[in-house]
Design a protein around this ligand. Sequence first.
Ligand SMILES: Cc1cc2nc3c(=O)[nH]c(=O)nc-3n(C[C@H](O)[C@H](O)[C@H](O)COP(=O)(O)OP(=O)(O)OC[C@H]3O[C@@H](n4cnc5c(N)ncnc54)[C@H](O)[C@@H]3O)c2cc1C
Length: 456
Amino acid sequence: MSNQAANRNVTLVLFHNDLRVADNATLLKASEISTDGRLLLVYASSLTDVLDDKDHYDAYHYDSMGQARQQFLHESLADLNASLIQQGNRLLYLQKGDEALDVFTQLNDLIAQQQVTDICVSQTADYNQNKVYNLIQAKYPEIQWHIQTTSTLFDELPLESLPKSFTQFRKQIETDYDLLHAEKDIAIYPTPETLAPLPDNMHSRNEYFFESQLSNQAGRDKPSQPSSSFRGGELNGLKHLDAYFDSDAPSTYKTTRNALDEWAHSTKFSGWLANGSLSVNIILNRLRRYERDMIANDSTYWIWFELLWREYFYWYAVTHQQKLFWFKGIAQHAPSTQLIESLLAQWKNGTTQYPIVNACMNQLRTTGYMSNRGRQLVASCFIHELGLDWRYGAAYFEQHLVDYDVDSNWGNWQYLAGVGADPRGCRQFNLNKQTQQYDPNGEFIRQWQGNPQKSD
Ligand SMILES: Cc1cc2nc3c(=O)[nH]c(=O)nc-3n(C[C@H](O)[C@H](O)[C@H](O)COP(=O)(O)OP(=O)(O)OC[C@H]3O[C@@H](n4cnc5c(N)ncnc54)[C@H](O)[C@@H]3O)c2cc1C
């Protein structure tokens, strides 16, 4: 019997920045509206390839996702799939294969074949992802959409308009809301115990199952294990959260956060936060508990402060839409930089004349991670010493960072290029001074082979 003949609703969840089951309002909503119906739980990779004007990849030499980022994503999806199986359903994975239809067409075919009645997605500031949602809405106007907040502290911009600078934003938020010191913990959405099953005719459609998609990939671009400490997935994220707050590290965060290396020197929440394996509300509640039970000091405050930066860039992306990708950003003037292929290659390959920059870039290529200080230094070098068009740097970060997040990445790059939210304009870091301050004994540079190779 078809789903329509049985008069059931068929709900489709399109995962994007919410790869978890705990505190996931989207999954909870889907479970509530599909109790007597059927449920399709989908992750569609490269969905935005369908957009003609999504040229910020191709134009900036974005080849394919770097190995570490790919590995982290696969681990995240595998863990999500395992959780969904425990709840009585499973993850369907759409990706472009050698001969397969593009992912957007595959998704539309699935929606049509299964006579989907409801679509649940998480709110995102991702301009291109939202454009794809609009295309689907236009194609199937009869489908009901349910959009939930899963990745931010606030459901909507908490102020009348977005202040021009982060400082103004933070001050207003702290005056009006101050979530860090609020009396009650932030409410966490319960995890659904069971989920409605797949439509009956999907049980044999192995080609959609996450596991079979992965084995199809074997021998193609299946990622090998990079040497990164990040292990993707909600379970690993929650374990890390516990380990971090069970340690003393939060109490010294402010003094260590600028270090170029060392796992415990900053929270390392970013990868799990970026793809939604960890909920920011769960993190904030844990931080508040640490302040109550252990210690509240400048360092614990500073973790909140950095989470507010993340929040700021989210609403910045919502506010400025496609300007996030423009050369002149949200400013009136474009920077006086350009693309010089040979310099771009040196920067990417870690062969510039700046050892600190090379070391950071080697670390990024190998692990998919770079400290915040490192990111500032390599971006500053990119823009000022090398005089390169900042968008190529942002696109390269997008390719490699395990914690790639469209808002934080493009927003931070704009900031450093002087075309974004920095009231002081362009920031240039003195690379020599920074090296003396953050790598006085050259250990980091040695570890990541930042010194230019001497030719014989
Ligand atoms: C050029 C550039 C590009 C960046 N690209 C990204 C990106 O793609 N994804 C990303 O998550 N962060 C990005 N950042 C911000 C920051 O570097 C990382 O969030 C941080 O280094 C991640 O490590 P952590 O989790 O240990 O951070 P911590 O120092 O422990 O900070 C805690 C959390 O606060 C948030 N946060 C911290 N600093 C920032 C910031 N400057 N902007 C926004 N959020 C912040 C992150 O969610 C982070 O996990 C970028 C920064 C620069 C300068």
